[in-house]
Design a protein around this ligand. Structure first.
Ligand SMILES: Cc1cc2nc3c(=O)[nH]c(=O)nc-3n(C[C@H](O)[C@H](O)[C@H](O)COP(=O)(O)OP(=O)(O)OC[C@H]3O[C@@H](n4cnc5c(N)ncnc54)[C@H](O)[C@@H]3O)c2cc1C
Length: 403
């Protein structure tokens, strides 16, 4: 067998999380080997990246290129479209309420991935091995990846960005609680007669969210979460019928709808590992958390994984995979990942459940958010970056009481 090539950090996985991790770690001065096949550019989803995530993209020199094909998200609205006994009022979050022009930008994944791929290829300090890791070998002071082409790469730290099934996570002995949600997301883009004015609308339905997100021009992306059988039926409809179903579901708020070619279905699941790092392996992106697409949280949370990982790796430049670095990473990520996963899964379950107390709780929670400006501001800030809401909450509440 060949002798192992030595790297400081090995990033496994060439989805968005893996490529962003490689770029951010190289930017922090580490020598990085990125392992994984070239992306296929077939992902028709779009990703709403919030301002804090875009700040990292800016630092990596990517923000302008990404915004070129993206649309700003100025307003986010939640409409309870269930036919349940208790329903919550319409909730509108305006970025102007927290002094921002937009919460973030909605970027087609094909564009996001192309920009990341180009940056990875141009960035000094990243060596890209375009093949899968076949097997992992863990030792006390290194981790070794056996590649499909039989080369071996050893590193002080392995970053597992290898997706929801994460072979690196399994090799490190980290168990994950996983759950098939028995829901699927139909994703597509469509054009519409009326201007969206930068407004994204999430309709809450009995089978999950139905979310329209602005794209440049009079176009939007759609994530329609439904039972798997319904999603398959929708996928098979002709363009005219599907366009009518979407317009109907949106109560014609954007006028006449025309779906664009290219529909895909994503089966939904949840996964939560018991730890976020162990044995020289740190989990980022979907290797560290999977939940249904509500409130555009997934990759934004993945980017916070990467920011925290870079911060703790800098603490020990000679050994970024040491036990104390990984312990700090686990401790830093735990509250954020647990809070987001729990909130999204509970909101999703409360939509599906016929249990009246669950309905009441969801409605009461959403009503408080909708009616109290300081609470709304708190959630808007927390939605973008954890901890940032608390800074203004008490002064906002005092102002509200005086009013
Ligand atoms: C319908 C839908 C809409 C969404 N919308 C949003 C949104 O608006 N905003 C948001 O923030 N998030 C959103 N998300 C979540 C977001 O898409 C995910 O968080 C993100 O795509 C995960 O990226 P990743 O790189 O972690 O995983 P993946 O994209 O799954 O990448 C994993 C990579 O690992 C590679 N790999 C696997 N095994 C190996 C191996 N042995 N060796 C090397 N490589 C390997 C794979 O080839 C793949 O390239 C959405 C999700 C869904 C389902």
């Amino acid at each position: 067998m060949n002798t192992a090539e030595a790297a400081e950090i090995l990033v496994a996985g060439t989805g968005p999380a893996g490529m962003i991790a490689a770029l951010a770690l190289a930017d922090a001065g580490f020598d990085v080997v990125l392992a994984g096949p070239a992306p296929t550019h077939e992902d028709r989803r779009t990703t709403a990246l919030m301002l804090p995530a875009l700040t990292l993209m800016e630092r990596l020199g990517l923000a302008e290129g990404l915004k070129a094909e993206a649309a700003p998200l100025k307003t986010m609205r939640i409409i309870d479209a269930t036919s349940r006994l208790v329903r919550s009022p319409v909730i509108t979050f305006r970025s102007s309420e927290i002094g921002e022009d937009a919460f973030g930008y909605n970027i087609p994944n094909t564009h996001l991935v192309r920009q990341l791929e180009k940056a990875v290829m141009e960035r000094p300090g990243i060596s890209w091995r375009k093949e899968l890791v076949r097997q992992w070998h863990m030792a006390a002071d290194t981790v070794e990846a056996e590649m499909e082409g039989e080369d071996r790469i050893s590193a002080r730290l392995a970053v597992a960005a290898d997706g929801r099934l994460s072979p690196a996570r399994t090799a490190a002995g980290i168990r994950a609680f996983t759950r098939d949600r028995r829901q699927s997301a139909l994703v597509l883009n469509f054009s519409h007669a009326r201007d969206h004015a930068g407004i994204s609308t999430e309709f809450h339905t009995e089978t999950g969210p139905f979310t329209q997100v602005p794209l440049p021009g009079k176009r939007s992306s759609l994530v329609w979460v439904a039972r798997p059988g319904t999603a398959r039926e929708l996928l098979a409809l002709d363009d005219g019928d599907l366009s009518r179903r979407i317009e109907e579901k949106m109560q014609s708020m954007l006028g006449r709808v025309e779906v664009e070619p290219g529909r895909q279905i994503y089966p939904l699941s949840s996964a939560l590992p018991m730890r976020f790092a162990r044995d020289r392996v740190a989990l980022v992106g979907e290797a560290a958390h999977v939940f249904p697409p509500i409130g555009a949280q997934g990759l934004n949370l993945g980017i916070r994984d990467i920011e925290d990982l870079v911060a703790v790796a800098r603490l020990d430049r000679n050994d970024p995979g040491s036990a104390h670095v990984l312990w700090r990473y686990d401790a830093k990520r735990r509250p954020d990942i647990m809070a987001r996963s729990t909130a999204v899964n509970m909101l999703n379950m409360s939509l599906l459940s016929d249990f009246l107390p669950a309905q009441l709780l969801r409605t009461a929670g959403l009503s408080v958010i909708g009616n109290l400006a300081p609470v709304r501001s708190f959630f808007m800030r927390e939605g973008m970056r954890p901890g940032s809401g608390w800074k203004n909450l008490f002064s906002d509440l005092r102002k509200e009481v005086r009013r």
